[in-house]
Write a protein that binds this ligand. Structure first.
Ligand code: ATP
Length: 347
């Protein structure tokens, strides 16, 4: 955009028939990528292929993409049926074929009784289902969804996620979903493209990214994580009296950050094993079947654990407990001085 680079060096392949989520914080460039795929923005350099064809220089109409935006963008003066038929009438599809396709889509999005209503006579969730039916009507080769549930409340979002998952299973259409909501991405997508400040952080299958984050940003953004600061001593992250394995790839004496998921923290009123750390319980928030336990480690660092209520075992605010941290992912901090080896020896 003029002098401003909104995205840079973004190359990835969205698998055919899968849902690929483009995930990142606000301003990371997700919508810009989607809009370039749709032909609504022109990349300064680089190419875009859809189903093996280079479509960089073709118009939006010729790309055969279906788009759904956060703000419904339905035509207010048209009924639900007319909205869904819009793309077909533009393409001069015969009337009876249009009607048959609209009936089919009304069934798919479960809105048959609403065919003759106008958009402002529908709930937000129903409007997004109409928007999806309208995008699907011309049988696009790719479906592009830009924060499609962003304006809806939590319960409706949850219902629509489930419903989109089902529709995708039925149609198998290659889909790209822009979202800043990591839970939505993890639940819906097969593949993730994680973006940060206009660049790619990591691309891969959802599980692989969750379990093997390639960068500290991904470790902290995709799924919740505690960040524990320490120094690398004998290939382990040392913090206070404790240490964590997994720092063999970082230089001795360098500072390190260990990322640990709240559900990978075991809390117990008795020592768990030789390496469990002492901590004080600051607060316990009961979320129904699970509790969030806020802890302070002996060296003053804060930590959150998620513990199923049946395993709380008397853990309560103010108590002394032991914690065992599993599956830590260790990264060097963005910048940090290495402690000289003579000082290291003194630690
Ligand atoms: P959000 O989740 O907030 O929608 P995003 O990840 O989709 O964010 P983009 O909308 O792609 O981010 O914006 C990326 C960057 O490009 C931002 O800094 C934004 O201000 C800038 N930007 C977007 N559109 C334009 C434009 N038309 N002109 C100039 N800058 C723009």
């Amino acid at each position: 955009f003029g002098d401003f680079e909104a995205v840079k060096d973004v190359s990835f392949e969205a698998r055919e028939g899968a849902i690929t989520a483009i995930l990142g914080p606000s301003g990371s460039g997700k919508s810009t990528v989607l809009r370039m795929l749709a032909g609504l923005e022109t990349p300064t350099s680089g190419r875009i292929w859809i189903a093996g064809r280079d479509l960089t220089d073709t118009s939006t109409q010729e790309r055969r993409v279906g788009m759904v935006f956060q703000h419904y963008a339905l035509f207010r003066h048209m009924t639900v049926a007319k909205n869904i038929a819009f793309g077909l009438s533009v393409r001069k599809v015969p009337k009876d074929a249009q009607e048959a396709r609209v009936r089919e889509l009304l069934g798919l999005v479960q809105l048959e009784p609403f065919a003759h209503r106008y958009p402002d006579q529908l709930s937000g969730g129903q409007r997004q289902r109409v928007a999806l039916a309208r995008a699907l009507a011309p049988k696009p080769s790719v479906l592009l969804l830009d924060e499609p549930f962003g304006a809806l409340d939590a319960k409706v979002r949850q219902d629509l996620r489930h419903w989109l998952h089902e529709i995708h299973r039925e149609l198998g259409i290659t889909s790209l979903l822009v979202t800043h909501d990591q839970e939505e991405a993890l639940e819906l997508a097969h593949q993730l493209v994680v973006m940060h400040e206009g660049k790619l952080e990591q691309v891969g299958d959802t599980n692989a990214i969750y379990n093997e984050p390639a960068t500290p940003f991904v470790a902290g953004f995709v799924g919740a994580a505690n960040v524990i600061q320490g120094l690398v001593i004998s290939g382990r992250v040392q913090f206070g009296e404790q240490h964590l394995d997994g720092a063999g790839h970082i230089q001795e004496g360098a500072p390190a950050h260990a990322y640990v998921r709240p559900h990978d923290v075991t809390v117990s009123s008795v020592p768990i094993n030789g390496s469990s750390s002492a901590a004080t319980v600051e607060r316990v928030n009961d979320l129904g079947w699970i509790s969030k336990v806020r802890l302070v480690l002996a060296d003053g660092q804060a930590l959150t654990a998620e513990v199923p209520n049946e395993r709380l075992d008397g853990v309560a605010a103010g108590g002394r407990v032991y914690v065992d941290l599993r599956n830590a992912k260790v990264f060097p901090p963005a910048s940090g001085a290495v402690v000289p080896s003579d000082e290291l020896a003194a630690l």
